[in-house]
Structure formats: structure tokens, C-alpha cells
Design a protein around this ligand. Sequence first.
Ligand code: ADP
Ligand code: ZN
Ligand code: ZN
Length: 669
Amino acid sequence: MQIVKIALDVPLHRFFDYRVPENEHLNSSDLGLRVCVPFRHTTKIGIIVGLSETTDIPLAQLKSIETVRRDLPPLPPDWFRLCEFCAGYYQAPLGEVMLSTLPASLRRTNPPKAQLSRRTVKQRAPHPPPELTAEQQAALAKIVDDGLGFRAYLLHGVTGSGKTEVYLRLIERALAAGKQVLLLVPEINLTPQLEARVSARFPEAGLVSLHSELSEAARSRNWRAALEGTARIVLGTRLAIFTPMPELGLIVVDEEHDASFKQQDGMRYSARDVAVFRARERGVTIVLGSATPSLESWANATDTRTPGRYTLLSLRQRAVEKATLPVVQRIDTRREKLQDGFSGALFEAIEKRLLRGEQSLVFLNRRGYAPVLTCTGCGWISHCARCAANLVLHLADARLRCHHCGFETRVPKACPTCGNQDIHAFGRGTQRLEEVLAERYPQARILRVDRDSAKSRKQWEALSAQIYAGEADILVGTQMLAKGHDFPKLTLVGALGADAALFAADWRAPERLFAQLMQVAGRAGRAELPGEVLIQTEFPEHPLYAALIRHDYPGFAGEQLKEREQAGFPPYAYQAMLRAEAPQMADSLAFLATARAWPDAELYRDVMLYDPVPMRMARLANLERAQLLIESPSRRTLQVFLSEWRVVLDKIKSPSRLRWHLEVDPLEF
Ligand code: ADP
Ligand code: ZN
Ligand code: ZN
């Protein structure tokens, strides 16, 4: 009798044994096929992970596979190793990891009818590739000289320096060698330009994209094309890192610093970190590119104590002739009374652009009209009833909204507590800036770009086409506008409200602020017209701004890393976070306290367990949240500790409505 081991999408750290029916015979080449199996009272899709002749299950209880699915080639061995690595590193059940990375329709026992492939090929006249600049040439030559095996490169290039062109040359080389290419981007919504650019350069490569906005059918079609090898280039967001690609030869992670590479629920993985593992395991080249690399990657590329971990390649100049980096200036707002949040200098600069027919961008990383509504009579403020957060005023559609749990309600006409009609919007968001500018410049065409105005990819594409065509004079936007876009008429960026991040409790806030400002500054003056960036601040002497003015990412990163090392923060320590949430805070804290009291924890001298504490935003959607930080100077020790501890956690008895999860390498606290 033949027995198979099956991975199933269940939250258990084990496989399941099944009998192979008489009419089937499976051999090792069938590992990685999908099967339908009875499980409890339903039928589930599973993946064959092993063949065996014995089992611990009494034969009478051993159930049989229902069907073997041969509609797809078996999932390749390196895909298994990738899932295994993730399950181990992120402490997630392997079956869940494997099944959850498959497109939904391949996980179903009764899949929807196969649809005709309707790939729309965007026909674009391919531009001849530009001649490389000396810096691009040098970066490319270094990678080419190193050959095709594993090596990780950090391509640090200022905005507009032509990183994408370097990727394109590498893709060309990989394709010519008969390899497949995986290109990861943080948010595909924001990058239709890249998709068009890559497919225009390689029209024969059957480029497919993989991201969450695709229909289920398109996603499984594209995924299958990657597995079957008809797609030679896969362009996708973080989930695409799990695409099986039998002939993978190159991985590129663009904007590698971007927090969107981090998955925030389920298995909380970093697609960038997983990509580096995958490249090493497959023995292929990986290129991480950014104008503002994550400090983790920067340390890997520059720390002289760990030479050669990543190879640093730098592009210091913009690629287009005449395009220079924008001039960045601080506007000291301590010395003047701001008008609706704007300094006189910023208004003047905007007016200059209006006269010259150029575009300005006003950057504020807060959407909505105002962050809170208050009553002058009794001091009432618009709290979310379900979260420890305020309801944000959205005047455009007269709603109060919680940006955390999604709760929303009408804007009251009077204070709900005292009936006072004198209620005020306090503070500013993008909608309010838009209103101020519209009042002041009635003749100007003003466009707001944030997650409210660009909810879908279509809306975003329409907005960006409008901007590109010069049909807007002033843009008001959040960091959505900061990423990767090339607007030729944009010559002024004004940043408001940046100071808030300087002294935030989150020690990663300066890193994020610097990246955001540098990226948003990079939007200005990309073509022939020089750009100017004005940052309104009450702390003009702050070293972060000083580095920004010099366009000195290395200087900033070096200082930050020194501080991190002194404080014992990542990347000089490795962290994990255990979080619990329940209707009562006492239950969440009690769970963490029990977890912390595990006697064997003492044996791990190098692992530090902090005290359980309520999270900074303690209440979210009616649940009270608490967390416990675990830290170690050794990644390896932390891993060993976590895998033992996880078994203990699974056994802790807790109230039925308590949920917990473990996050490795957390980014947010
Ligand atoms: P990055 O990805 O570093 O922001 P891009 O690759 O988008 O930069 O390049 C910025 C601009 O410079 C683009 O318009 C691109 O077409 C152009 N460009 C890139 N490389 C060259 C080159 N070698 N010669 C001329 N123009 C170039
Ligand atoms: Zn009141
Ligand atoms: Zn809420």
C-alpha cells in the first residue's frame, strides 16, 4: 500500500497521511502535485509533500485521496524549500504557508471554469535603449563581471539616476541566458509606468503581473504562466515572491526600503528578506534598488565588519543630461505666523509656478480634512468608539472616519455631548489644504491625490495622466505622490507638517521621514526644468534636514546606524514581537505574562524578554491589544528560542476570543 504525506491549509505544524487509491500509483516526480482529500467533514485541496510506506495512523482510520490533480505541473523543489524556510523563520505552519501562497482558484476543490486567456498586450513602439551613463555602465559591469551566481547588490541611486535602466540591462542579460526574471515593486497601483516600460522593452518575454487587484482568474493564469515558463518576466508586489519559477535567474527588488514589502497579517513576512533568501538558495543574482535604502540593507552593504555581504553600487547623478537634483531649503516657521498652515515663502513660490505654467506639489502625509473635530463648549472630541484613535473629518463627503478600523458616521451638526453648535475642525489634512489653495488661487487647477481620491488603480491612472498632461497646476498629496513618478512640469515641492516625525516615539520614524522627503523631493525637476523643495519646519537645525539639503543619504544613514548600535536596536539586534488581543486588556496581558513565565526561557541567556505592555494604540476595533518584545544579539539564537517557545504558546489556555501572533523582525511597534 502506498501512503502520501499531504500539506493542508490548517493552522497545525504537521502534515497528514493519506492512502493512495488502487488505481493510482505515485512516484517521486509527483511530489508537488495537488490532491483533493477528505478532511473532517469537507474536502480540501492539499499538496503532496512526501511518499511513504508506513504511517502511525491505524490503517482502518487512514483515509484515501479522492483525486490527484494533474492540471498543473508539480510545484518545483526550490518552491518547497522557499516555503520551508518561511515557515521556519516566521514560525508559521508549513501547510498554511504553502497553500496560502497559491492563487485562490487553485486552492479550490471545484475550480471555476477555465477562462479563455484574454491577455491585452499593450502595443507601444519600443524606444531604443539609451546609451548608459558612466555610472550606470560601471554598476552594470560590476554585476556582469561577477557572473550569474548568487550575489546580493544594493543599487543606491538618487531619484532619476536611471536605476530602472540598469534593471532593464540585467533583465536583458538574464533573458538571453534563458532565465526567468522576478521584479518586485512595492505597490503596483502606483507603477503602471514600470509595467509599460518593461513590456515595451521586452515585448516577447510574456511579462505577467501578479498583485492583489487582479481578478482571481487573471491571477491564476499569470501564476501558471510563470510556473510553466511561458512568462519570462514576472512583475509583482510582495505576494509575487512566492511565484514558482523553474528557471529563475534574477531577482530585482525596486524601492527596497518600502514598508509595503512587509506583510501585516497572516504570516508576517518581509518580501525583500525572503527574496534575498530565495536568491541565495537558488544561486542567482539579486539587486535591491533604492534612493533611500533601508538601514538594514545599508548596513549589509557598508559595514566593514561584515565585508561583502551585499555589494554597494552607487549612482550619484541624474541620468538625463541637464537634470540636476533639486535645491532643498528649510523655511523657518518659528519666525512667522502661518496662514492656514502655509508660510509666505511657500505661497510666493507657488505663485511663481502659476505664472510660469509649471506645477507645484504640496505634500502633507495626512489625508482627510482635519484629524479631529472638537467642541469649544465642553471639550468633546471626535473619538472612535471602537479604537483608541480619533475620527478624522472628511468634509468632501461630510463624514467622520476612523482610519484604523474603517468605522464612519455623519458629521454631527452640533456637539453630541452638550448640543453646542460651535464645533471646529482642528488641525489639517489634504482636503483642507486643497480648500485653502482653491480659495486663494481660484483660477488654478488643483488636484488632490491621496487614498481617498485615488482608491483604485483606475482612479490613480486617470489622475496621473492628468498630471502628466499638465492639466493641473497645484497638486496636494500624501506620500502616494512620493513614489516613482516622473512629472515633467513639476518644479516645486512644499512639505508641511514634517516635524511631527522628528520626535516620534517610534525610533524608525526618522528613517521613514528622511526617505519620504527624499523621495518626494525627487519628484521635482526631473526633466529640463530645475526643481526646488521647501520644507516648513520649526527645527531648521535638525541634522536630518541638514543631511537632506546636502542630498546626503550616506551621511544620514551613517549617523542613524551609529545611534542604533549604541542603543542596541536593529540591525544590531534581532527582534520578534508576541502580540495578543482580546475584549479585555487583562486577558491580553495575562496571556503574555504566562508566555513570558516559561521556565526554559532562562536557558537562553542571549534572549531578552521584555515586560508585556499595552500597545501604543491599545484599542482597535473593540479589541484590547498588548505586546511583548523579544530581542537577541544573535539571529540564530532568537530563531532557536522562538521555535521552542512557539510550541509552548500553542498550549497556553486562554479565553476563546483571545488571538495572538508572533511577528519576526517587526517594523512597527
Ligand atoms: P530611477 O529609477 O533611478 O528613478 P529612471 O530609470 O526612471 O531612474 O530614469 C530616470 C529618467 O532618466 C528616465 O526618464 C529615463 O528614461 C532616463 N534615463 C535613464 N538612463 C538614461 C541614460 N543612460 N541616458 C538618458 N536617459 C536616461
Ligand atoms: Zn460640547
Ligand atoms: Zn476605529
